[in-house]
Ligand binder design. Structure first.
Ligand SMILES: Nc1ncnc2c1ncn2[C@@H]1O[C@H](COP(=O)(O)OP(=O)(O)O)[C@@H](O)[C@H]1O
Ligand SMILES: Nc1ccn([C@@H]2O[C@H](COP(=O)(O)OP(=O)(O)O)[C@@H](O)[C@H]2O)c(=O)n1
Length: 209
């Protein structure tokens, strides 16, 4: 079974995708980490994220980068959103994600274009959302708990700018697939949102079967 989980920044898609992977005993890929690794490599090599050729060169990143705590920085999230808008960057990371999604036994992937581009054939597609203020509050708490000093207003502005850029790019924009089930987690606890996500996947499976 392939499960696609998409949604804007800090909506809770990673939390839900990890929980679904545990529940169904499937491997999980956080595809945002790939774009964050490109961004971190661009920054380390002092390349220009707005130049497509520079960003493509950074797609050949060292695998160890994927475990680097710098990937969590909001600055890296912002840079990831800049590099991810280049069509050739998306093309360079495409096969890796498609292979992961279509491995024997299935997988859970979360990102922006899983249900639309990486696995349009997914058995279940969820589009997670929450209000920008709630997403920003969650991300702010997360950043503070990891020792960052950043204001709530800055996080909210960053998230809004990133979601706007991700939704308006021409290649693989952040948009729900036509057949995605929408899950608004604004007023749901983590536990409740996971329960709801499992129920939505089960409903899709029953419909397919
Ligand atoms: N329903 C929820 N209620 C409260 N906090 C949540 C909820 N879902 C996720 N979180 C928290 O919000 C932060 C962002 O969640 P995450 O799953 O990483 O979002 P995303 O993958 O969409 O960026 C994390 O600290 C997570 O623990
Ligand atoms: N499948 C994906 C995943 C991430 N991304 C890009 O990578 C950035 C960081 O993604 P992420 O999932 O790590 O971000 P958060 O939602 O965790 O804040 C996003 O803002 C997108 O620009 C993408 O374009 N396509």
């Amino acid at each position: 079974m392939i499960i696609a989980v998409d949604g804007p920044a800090a909506s809770g898609k990673g939390t839900i995708a990890k929980a679904l992977a545990r529940h169904y005993n499937l491997p999980h890929l956080d595809t945002g980490l790939l774009y964050r690794a490109v961004a971190a490599t661009v920054r380390r090599l002092e390349l220009d994220p707005t130049r497509e050729a520079d960003a493509v060169a950074a797609c050949d990143f060292d695998e160890l980068t994927l475990a680097d705590p710098v990937l969590r920085e909001e600055e890296i999230g912002k840079l990831a959103s800049v590099v991810s808008a280049h069509p050739l960057v998306r093309a360079a990371l495409l096969q890796r994600q498609k292979r992961f999604a279509h491995q024997d036994g299935g997988a859970v992937l979360d990102g922006r274009d899983i249900g639309t581009v990486i696995a349009p054939d997914a058995d279940a597609k969820l589009f997670i959302r929450a209000t920008p203020t709630i997403c920003a509050r969650r991300r702010h708490n997360e950043l503070i708990s990891h020792g960052a000093s950043v204001s709530f207003d800055q996080v909210l502005a960053d998230i809004r700018a990133r979601d706007t850029r991700d939704s308006s790019r021409s290649t693989a924009p952040l948009v729900p697939a036509n057949d995605a089930a929408l899950l608004d987690t604004s007023f749901l606890s983590i536990e409740a949102s996971i329960e709801k996500a499992i129920a939505l996947v089960e409903a899709r499976r029953r419909k397919e079967g």
